[in-house]
Design a protein. Structure first.
Length: 1016
RNA sequence: GGGCCCAUGGCUCAGUUGGUUAGAGCGUUCGGUUCACAUCCGAAAGGUCACAGGUUCAAGUCCUGUUGGGCCCACCA
C-alpha cells in the first residue's frame, strides 16, 4: 500500500469513478424511514429544450450541497430529479429545426408525427440533461426521475383539471392571443418581438347619428394605424373629463364603410386627452387595450379575421381580402366618402412572430381559465402566516403582490406538444346546452346518450359560457378524469370531439411537488424507473413521507409563474404547502452585468468549465458566490486556442458582426495569433481556430482544491506507522488544542450559515480554516513533530482527526475530491477519533456531519496562539523590509512579562521552522541590542539584531511612521471619550471597549516611542 | 409608469441588530528552487465606502433626494 498521493489531483478520473461508485451503492436513493426525519428537494425541472447552462449549474450545486449536508446529518434526503416538456419552447425548437433542415411545417406532417418527433427530441435531451446533472455530482435519487408528460404526472394533471372543473374553478372564456397568420397558430408573449416598421397614421372621422340613424351633422375624429379594424369597431371612446366631447358621450356614430352604428363611450383608462384627437376607436376583438375596454363596457366582440389573416364574413363587402389589401380599400372608401382627414408617415412598432417573422394579429379566441380568487388567497395566506418562508425574505413581496392581482390564469395553449385539455364537446346544434364532468363515480353517461350530471352545472354554464356563445348555439362540455378510456370512446361514438388545445406548461409543473410522488394515487407508492408498478398496499408511503418538501431552490424570475402556482395547487390538491422554505439564489451575469445567454454570445458552458477546472472547483466557486444580496457577475473571456491566454470579453466583441470576407476574429495579445470565437451573429469559419469562453474566477475553486489535495498529500505522507488510540488531553500540544478549537468554531459557523442559506459565508469560513489555519500554521507546526519519533504518534492522531473532520465538512461543497481523499484516508487510518477511535463509513458521502464538543473552543488559548502568529509575522516583516535572505538565521529577543515569556519559550522551537529565527531570550529585563530592528505587539516588544544590515535612518523612519499612525488612532479615541454626549448616551459596554482599546494603543505607542528613543 | 435590488481599493465581492484601526480573493510591486503545493510561500502598496442632505453621542450600515446600473410587471391609438 502506497502512502503517496498522486502529485496532482486528477479531477476527470475521480469524477468518473465516484459517480459510478455512488450509483452502484445506491447512496443517492431515498426511501421512507419512519425512524428518521426526511429532507425533500424537488428540482426546478429543466426544460428539455436544450443542454444545461450556468444558471442550472448554480441551481444544481446549491441543491446538491443542501442534500448532501442533510443526508450527512442523518436525514433521509430526497432530491427528486426530472425534466419539463416545456410546451411552447420545445415545440418551437423542433419546428424551427424541421423548417430549416427539411423545409417542413407542422401542418405538412400533422399532429401525430410532430408529437413523435418531439418525443424523440425529448429523449435525446433528457438523457443529456440528466447526464450533465450527474457530472456536476448531483446526488438525486435517479430511480425516481420524472417527466411532466409521463404517466404519473399526466394522471396528476388530469385529476387536477377534473377536480377544478368539478369545483367550478375552470371555465372557458375569450381572450386575445398573438396570432401568427402565416403559421396559423397562437404564439406566446415571449415568442414575439417588436420591430419598427414604416407605416401610416390616418386621421378619419365617423358621422354622429341620431336615434333614427340620421346624421346630425357632427363628426368625431380619431387616428389609427390599422384602419381595416374599423370593420370590427364596437365604440368610439373619449376621456370622461374631455370637454370637447362631453356632450357626445352616449350618442351614436355610424361606421361609413359598413353602416353599423356604435356608441360613443367615456373611458379614462383607454382614452388620453393629450394624444391625437383625444378620441379613439375601440376594436375589442383585435386590440388588447380595446379588449379590456370592451369588457369594462360590455361591448360586443366582433371578430373580423379568418385564421389566415383574410377578412371574414363580418367584414361585409371586404370579406375574403387579405388584411393589408382590406386596409387599402377601407382607406380608399373612407376617402371617397369624405371621412379621411389626413395621412402621416410614421414609424410604428409592430409585433412580429419570432418564428415566421410576419406581423402578429391580436386575435380573439376561446381559451380555458382557472379562477384565481380563492386559490390565490389561500396561497397568499400560506406565505403571510409563515407556512412558506422566503430566503431572502424580501422576495415574499414579489409573490404576494402578484397573487394579490388574482388575475384568472389562462391555461390553454394552441400547441400540439403538451397535456391535451381533457374536455370533450359536442359540435354546436347537437344536444342540450350543458356542461358536465364525468367520472366513474361522478356524473355518468345514460344509455340514451344523455349525460346525467349534477344540477350545479346549469348555473355554471350560464355564468361562464354565455359570453362565448352566439344565440342559438348549444354546447355540451364534458371533462373526463384519467383512466376512463372507455368513456372517452363512448363520447367519440356520440360525436364528441376532444379540445384541440393543450395545457399551459406551468399547469403541469405547478403539480411537480406532489405529482412526482405519485399523487393522486393513495393506494401505492409511485413506480420507479424501469421497475414494475409497486403492489397496492392501501397507502402511498412515499407521498406521505416526503411531502411537504423542505426547501425549493430557484431563481427569482419564476417566483410568480412557478412558485406561486405550486403553493396554490399544493394547497388545493394536498391541503398543505409544497415546501417550507424557498431559497432564491442569485442570477449569473457576465462582466458587463448582462444576463448570460447564447443570444448574447456571453454564455459559459458548465461542461467546458468542468473539463478545465474540475467539478469541485466549479462547485466551490459557485457556492462562494451564493449570498443573499447581489447577483453574480462572471466576467468572461476568450481563451486563446493557441496559447490559452485569456482575452477579456467586451461589448465590442459581443457586437462584432461579419463585414464580408472571413468572420471577425480577435488577435491574442500574448501570442499575437488570431482566433475566431462563438457569437450569436455567425458561426466560425470551417477549420478556423475557435476560442472557448471561460471565466478566470473559477481559479478560486481550482486553487482551493489544489491546496486541499496537497495538504492531504502531506498529511498522508506522514502517516506511516499510524496507530489508532485515544489521545490524552495532557498529550495535546498548544497547536493541537488551537487547531481543534478553530475547527470547532468553523464547524459551528458552517452549519449555521448553511442553515441560513448563506453559502458564500459558509464557503469563506471553510476555506479560511483550511488554507489560513490548517495549512499555513498547523501543518507547518507539525513538521518538526513528525521528525521526532516521540512526538510523532500524537501528532498523527490529531492530524488524522482534523483531516477526517475537514473532509466531511467539505464534502457537500466538493464531493469528488473529498471522496477520493476519504478513501485514501480509510486505507491509511481506518480507525480514527480523539477519545475513542472508530471505523468511519466507507464513503464520506454517508459519513456523519461532524460535531465537536463546544468545549473544544478555547478563546484564551486562541488569543495566546495569536500572539505567536503575530510575533512570527512581525519577524517576517522585518526580514522582508530589510531584504534579508530567507536563508539567513536571525535571533530574536522579546521584552515581555514573565508569563508571556513562558508562553513564548514553550513554542520557541516553532520559530525556527516558521521564520528561521531563534528565540534567544525573553523577559522583562531585555533591552534593545545595538543595531537591532524592533517591533511592538502591544504587550511585548521584539528585537532582532541586524549588525551591519540595518539602516538606522530607515528604521527610524519606519518607526516614526508607525508612531504617527498610532497617534492618529489615539486622537480619535480620546476625542470620543472627551465628548460629553458620547459619555452620557453611549452604552457602558461601548465606552469600556473604547477605553480598553485606547489603553492598548497607548501601550503600543509607548513601546514604539521607547524603540525610537533607543534608536537615537 | 409601478415594484424590487445594487453602487465599498484596478477587478469580483464580504461587512450580522448603527459602536474598536472597513476585510477577502484576483490583479499589481518586491523577495523566494525550505524535503505537500509556483494551481505555491513570504512581504508590501492600494479605499474621503456613488453624490447631496438629514437622524444620532456615533453612519459603509438608518431616513430623504439625486445620479448610474440590473431585474420583474404594466404600457406605448
Amino acid at each position: 500500500m502506497s502512502t503517496e498521493l498522486a502529485k496532482t489531483y486528477d479531477a476527470a478520473a475521480a469524477q468518473t469513478r465516484w459517480v459510478e461508485h455512488w450509483l452502484n451503492h445506491g447512496y443517492c436513493n431515498a426511501d421512507p424511514d419512519p425512524q428518521r426525519q426526511q429532507h425533500t428537494i424537488m428540482i426546478p425541472l429543466p426544460n428539455v429544450t436544450g443542454a444545461l447552462h450556468m444558471g442550472h449549474c448554480l441551481n444544481g450545486t446549491v441543491q446538491d450541497l443542501l442534500t448532501r449536508w442533510r443526508r450527512m446529518q442523518g436525514r433521509v434526503a430526497l432530491w427528486m430529479p426530472g425534466t419539463d416538456h416545456a410546451g411552447i419552447a420545445t415545440q418551437a425548437v423542433v419546428e424551427r429545426r424541421m423548417l430549416e433542415e427539411e423545409g417542413l411545417t407542422r401542418h405538412d406532417i400533422g399532429r401525430e408525427a410532430l408529437v413523435q418527433r418531439i418525443w424523440k427530441w425529448k429523449n435525446d435531451y433528457e438523457a443529456r440533461i440528466l447526464n450533465q446533472l450527474k457530472q456536476i455530482g448531483s446526488s438525486c435519487d435517479w430511480r425516481r426521475v420524472r417527466f411532466t408528460l409521463d404517466d404519473v404526472c399526466s394522471r396528476a394533471v388530469r385529476r387536477t383539471f377534473f377536480r377544478m372543473f368539478g369545483d367550478g374553478l375552470v371555465y372557458r372564456g375569450k381572450r386575445l392571443v398573438n396570432w401568427d397568420t402565416y403559421l396559423q397558430t397562437a404564439v406566446a408573449d415571449d415568442e414575439v418581438f417588436h420591430e419598427d416598421v414604416a407605416g401610416h397614421f390616418w386621421t378619419m372621422n365617423y358621422p354622429v347619428v341620431d336615434a333614427a340613424g340620421q346624421p346630425t351633422g357632427r363628426r368625431i375624429s380619431f387616428s389609427t394605424t390599422r384602419p381595416e379594424t374599423m370593420l370590427g369597431d364596437a365604440a368610439v371612446c373619449v376621456h370622461p373629463t374631455d370637454e370637447r366631447y362631453s356632450e357626445l358621450v352616449g350618442q351614436m356614430v355610424r361606421i361609413p364603410v359598413c353602416g353599423r352604428t356604435i356608441p360613443i363611450i367615456a373611458d379614462g383608462l383607454l382614452a388620453d386627452k393629450t394624444l391625437g384627437t383625444g378620441a379613439v376607436k375601440v376594436t375589442p376583438a383585435h386590440d388588447p387595450n380595446d379588449y379590456a375596454c370592451g369588457l369594462r363596457h360590455h361591448l360586443p366582440m366582433l371578430n373580423i379575421l379568418n385564421p389566415d389573416g383574410t377578412i371574414n364574413e363580418n367584414g361585409g363587402e371586404f370579406q375574403g381580402l387579405d388584411r393589408f389589401e382590406a386596409r387599402r380599400q377601407v382607406v380608399a372608401r373612407m376617402e371617397a366618402l369624405g371621412h379621411l382627414e389626413k395621412v402621416e408617415d410614421r414609424i410604428i412598432p409592430i409585433m412580429h412572430s419570432d418564428r415566421s417573422k410576419t406581423a402578429i394579429e391580436p386575435f380573439l379566441s376561446d381559451q380555458w381559465f382557472v379562477r384565481m380568487d380563492e386559490l390565490a388567497q389561500n396561497a397568499i395566506d400560506a406565505v403571510e402566516d409563515g407556512r412558506v418562508r422566503f430566503f431572502p425574505q424580501r422576495y415574499a413581496r414579489t409573490y404576494v403582490d402578484w397573487l394579490a392581482e388574482k388575475r384568472d390564469w389562462c391555461i390553454s395553449r394552441q400547441l400540439w406538444w403538451g397535456h391535451r385539455i381533457p374536455v370533450w364537446s359536442q359540435p354546436a346544434g347537437q344536444g342540450d346546452q350543458r356542461i358536465a364532468s364525468l367520472s366513474a363515480f361522478g356524473a355518468e353517461l345514460l344509455p340514451d346518450g344523455r349525460i346525467q350530471f349534477p344540477e350545479c352545472w346549469r348555473e355554471q354554464l350560464a355564468a361562464t359560457l354565455a359570453p362565448g356563445l352566439h344565440p342559438g348555439e348549444e354546447l355540451i362540455l364534458c371533462c373526463v378524469d384519467a383512466g376512463h378510456d372507455q368513456l372517452e370512446q363512448q363520447l367519440g361514438a356520440l360525436g364528441f370531439v376532444q379540445d384541440e388545445d393543450v395545457l399551459d406548461t406551468w399547469f403541469s409543473s405547478a403539480l411537480w411537488p406532489h405529482a412526482t410522488l405519485g399523487w393522486p394515487d393513495q393506494q401505492r407508492n409511485p413506480p420507479m424507473l424501469g421497475e414494475p408498478a409497486p403492489a397496492v398496499t392501501g397507502t402511498n408511503e412515499v407521498l406521505n413521507y416526503f411531502y411537504p418538501g423542505s426547501v425549493l431552490v430557484t431563481s427569482r424570475d419564476i417566483i410568480t409563474l412557478w412558485v406561486a402556482r405550486m403553493v396554490l395547487t399544493g394547497l388545493y390538491n394536498m391541503g398543505d404547502v409544497p415546501f417550507r422554505h424557498v431559497y432564491i439564489h442569485p442570477k449569473i451575469l457576465d462582466g458587463l452585468g448582462q444576463t448570460m445567454s447564447k443570444s448574447r454570445g456571453n454564455g459559459v458552458d458548465p461542461l467546458e468549465l468542468i473539463e478545465k477546472y474540475g467539478t469541485d472547483a466549479v462547485r466551490f466557486t459557485i457556492a462562494s458566490l451564493c449570498g443573499e444580496t447581489q447577483d453574480v457577475r462572471l466576467p468572461v473571456g476568450y481563451e486563446c486556442p493557441h496559447c490559452q491566454a485569456v482575452t477579456p470579453q467586451t461589448k465590442e466583441h459581443q457586437d462584432m458582426k461579419p463585414m464580408g470576407g472571413p468572420n471577425p476574429s480577435i488577435k491574442c495579445a500574448k501570442c499575437k495569433q488570431s482566433f475566431q470565437f462563438p457569437s450569436p451573429w455567425f458561426t466560425p469559419d470551417d477549420g478556423a481556430p475557435v476560442a472557448r469562453i471561460v471565466s478566470e474566477r473559477f481559479d478560486y475553486g481550482r486553487n482551493f482544491c489544489n491546496k486541499l489535495w496537497n495538504a492531504c498529500r502531506f498529511a498522508f505522507m506522514n502517516l506511516e506507522g499510524y496507530t489508532a488510540a485515544p489521545v490524552a488531553e495532557a498529550d495535546l500540544q498548544v497547536e493541537d488544542r488551537w487547531i481543534l478549537s478553530r475547527l470547532s468554531s468553523t464547524l459551528r459557523e458552517v452549519t449555521l450559515m448553511l442553515d441560513r442559506y448563506q453559502f458564500d459565508q459558509a464557503t469563506r469560513a471553510v476555506r479560511e480554516f483550511t488554507w489560513n489555519e490548517f495549512c499555513d500554521w498547523y501543518l507547518e507546526l507539525l513538521k518538526p513533530r513528525f521528525r521526532n519519533p516521540e512526538s510523532k504518534a500524537v501528532a498523527q492522531r490529531v492530524l488524522v482527526v482534523v483531516v477526517d473532520t475537514l473532509l466531511r465538512l467539505l464534502h457537500p461543497f466538493a464531493p469528488f475530491i473529498t471522496e477520493e481523499l476519504w478513501h485514501k484516508l480509510n486505507e491509511l487510518a481506518p480507525e480514527r477519533g480523539l477519545t475513542d477511535p472508530v471505523r468511519r463509513s466507507e464513503s464520506v458521502m454517508m459519513a456523519e456531519w461532524p460535531t465537536l464538543p463546544i468545549s473544544r473552543i478555547d478563546e484564551a488559548l486562541e488569543k495566546r496562539f495569536e500572539r505567536l502568529q503575530q510575533t512570527i509575522i512581525a519577524v517576517r516583516n522585518v526580514r522582508s523590509v530589510y531584504g534579508i535572505s530567507p536563508a539567513v538565521q536571525l535571533k530574536l529577543f522579546m521584552r515581555c512579562t514573565p508569563e508571556v515569556a513562558e508562553q513564548l519559550q514553550a513554542v520557541a522551537g516553532q520559530f525556527d521552522f516558521l521564520s528561521k529565527t531563534m528565540l534567544e531570550a525573553a523577559g522583562l529585563d531585555i533591552s534593545r541590542p545595538a543595531g537591532a530592528a524592533s517591533f511592538s505587539l502591544g504587550d511585548a516588544d521584539g528585537y532582532i539584531p541586524l549588525e551591519g544590515l540595518i539602516d538606522r535612518q530607515a528604521e527610524l523612519t519606519r518607526q516614526t511612521k508607525e508612531a504617527e499612525k498610532l497617534r492618529g488612532f489615539i486622537r480619535g479615541h480620546e476625542g470620543k471619550l472627551s465628548n460629553a454626549g458620547f459619555m452620557a448616551k453611549a452604552p457602558e459596554k461601548v465606552i469600556a471597549e473604547i477605553q480598553e482599546t485606547l489603553a492598548g494603543l497607548k501601550a503600543q505607542l509607548a513601546s514604539v516611542e521607547r524603540i525610537l528613543a533607543e534608536l537615537s
